[in-house]
Design a protein around this ligand. Structure first.
Ligand SMILES: Cc1cc2nc3c(=O)[nH]c(=O)nc-3n(C[C@H](O)[C@H](O)[C@H](O)COP(=O)(O)OP(=O)(O)OC[C@H]3O[C@@H](n4cnc5c(N)ncnc54)[C@H](O)[C@@H]3O)c2cc1C
Length: 453
């Protein structure tokens, strides 16, 4: 790994705004150059072409949204491929931008489902293609299966956080099962990570990091009665915090839609306030900058949690869901309606979080080079973590590790059906018109993308 010093000069006093902007641009160009150097394989170029088609074709987007709905009910690769074929078939329209692509995809998916439409070989190839696409985003079917990839990441200078994919939790038995899987994952990963070589940049925090979803730990999430969900999820999350503390791992609580935000925030504050977790535990929560009241949530966390804890700052993955939900109920939208407002909120919260170190350990999770460069410009001491999603942020991961920065890659683990749903969600999220990744792949001028929001 080549360590390249990023172009920053650490000022003793807060830099004037113009100087910060100059540093953001210099850092942004440096990161972008590192991404270009990380290279793009031919497969990757084709996949990116698929994403571009997806961005331009509402019929294809609608088909994939529906696939996410039916995926949990499918019984395996063939069944999933059959559903994909029928949805793509419905979405076919000769004049749609992705018409040709849809026709080919539909035939291929049907072949995968039947194994015979264009010969068995095509079915096998299509099955493999689905598998390949999903494995760009997921690192294994279960934690043990994921260990070689996680060890490889560590070797290359990046840590990971593991997310166990699964079906929606609707019963107590499912919540128990998810908690058991998380517990086993913590133990399996902690055993494996003991043998990994020393990495001074990464070893300042626990090697093992598991991201968990509270809505998978309880079937009783109700926005109007959060105390029921808190009571039900508490004992399962407490058990996981105990295991994390015992094996020396970090436990991170992901943030989901607005319906569970207040419940998750209160649950984390309550549990981290319990005497057994006041010391010796590494844990954290997520702050979503697209929420209009994100500053208030941060105030609540800063007031409520006494020991050092990690905050992962994101923009938020449920923008479409929140806006549709608010419109349907005639509510004011809880999220900003202009992308630039979310970007500004992200930068304001970045500064607030950095100003609260060391009480807060800061993790900036974004694929937007401007957002990352801005955080780095405000933290010349580099005492922060940068997080990317496996499959979407691979070149960014390489560019940032080459700069000697602490990088963590979010690595989903699960079977193909769960992987497909995850994959589709990420594709839809990152092919919306305001997405930084899409703007970059369309060749928007870098200086324009690095401009102050
Ligand atoms: C490591 C990692 C972990 C993550 N964990 C979580 C998590 O726990 N919970 C969660 O919710 N998300 C999570 N995310 C996803 C994250 O919230 C973003 O959806 C995703 O990273 C895209 O944002 P960006 O900064 O990379 O890209 P950008 O392209 O700069 O931003 C896209 C984001 O801007 C916002 N946006 C888009 N259109 C508009 C609009 N019209 N008006 C206002 N805002 C808009 C949305 O939040 C959208 O996702 C995670 C991301 C990463 C990298």
């Amino acid at each position: 790994m080549t360590i390249v010093a990023p172009p920053t000069a650490a000022p003793a006093q807060p830099a004037p705004p113009d100087a910060v902007e100059a540093r953001v641009r210099a850092l942004g160009r440096h990161i972008a150059a590192g991404q270009a150097k990380a290279g793009r394989t031919r497969t990757r170029v084709l996949e990116d072409r698929g994403m571009e088609l997806l961005a331009r074709d509402p019929a294809l987007r609608a088909a994939l949204f529906r696939l996410v709905d039916v995926a949990p009910a499918t019984s395996g690769r063939r069944d999933l491929a059959a559903h994909l074929a029928s949805l793509l078939g419905e979405a076919q329209a000769a004049d749609a931008p992705a018409g040709g692509f849809l026709r080919r995809a539909s035939v291929t998916a049907r072949s995968a489902a039947t194994g015979r439409a264009s010969g068995p070989a095509v079915g096998a190839v299509a099955g493999l293609a689905v598998h390949r696409m999903a494995t760009r985003f997921i690192v294994g079917e279960d934690p043990a299966d994921a260990v070689p990839t996680l060890a490889g990441l560590w070797e290359s200078g990046a840590a990971a956080t593991v997310d166990l994919l699964g079906e929606a939790t609707v019963t107590t038995a499912e919540a128990d099962r998810y908690a058991r899987r998380c517990d086993e994952a913590l133990r399996t990963l902690a055993r494996a990570a003991q043998t990994w070589p020393a990495r001074p940049t990464l070893d300042v925090v626990p090697r093992v990091n598991l991201s968990v979803k509270v809505t998978a730990l309880t079937a009783k999430v109700k926005a109007e009665a959060p105390e029921i969900g808190i009571a039900d999820a508490s004992h399962r999350l407490r058990g996981l915090l105990r295991t994390a503390k015992a094996v020396g791992a970090h436990l991170h609580v992901d943030m989901e839609s607005m319906a569970s935000r207040d419940l998750i925030t209160q649950l984390v504050i309550d549990l981290l306030g319990e005497p057994e977790f006041r010391t010796g535990l590494s844990a954290g929560i997520v702050l979503q900058a697209y929420l209009r009241d994100a500053d208030e949530q941060l105030d609540q966390l800063l007031d409520g949690i006494q020991q050092p804890f990690t905050v992962r700052l994101v923009k938020g993955a449920y923008w479409e869901h929140e806006t549709v939900e608010a419109r349907q109920h005639g509510w004011d939208s809880p999220v900003y309606l202009n992308k630039v407002e979310s970007d500004r909120s992200f930068e304001r919260l970045t500064k607030r979080l950095l100003d609260h170190r060391p009480h807060v350990k800061v993790a900036i999770a974004s694929h937007n080079v401007r957002s990352i460069a801005h955080a780095l410009a405000l933290a010349p001491d580099r005492d922060l973590e940068l997080q990317v999603l496996r499959g979407l942020g691979d070149d960014l991961q390489v560019a940032l590790t080459d700069m000697g920065l602490r990088v963590r890659t979010y690595c989903p683990v699960g079977d193909l059906v769960a992987g497909m749903s995850y994959l589709v969600r990420r594709l839809l999220e990152n092919t919306s018109n305001d997405s930084f990744l899409l703007s970059r792949s369309r060749g928007t001028d870098l200086d324009q993308l690095l401009a102050k929001p």
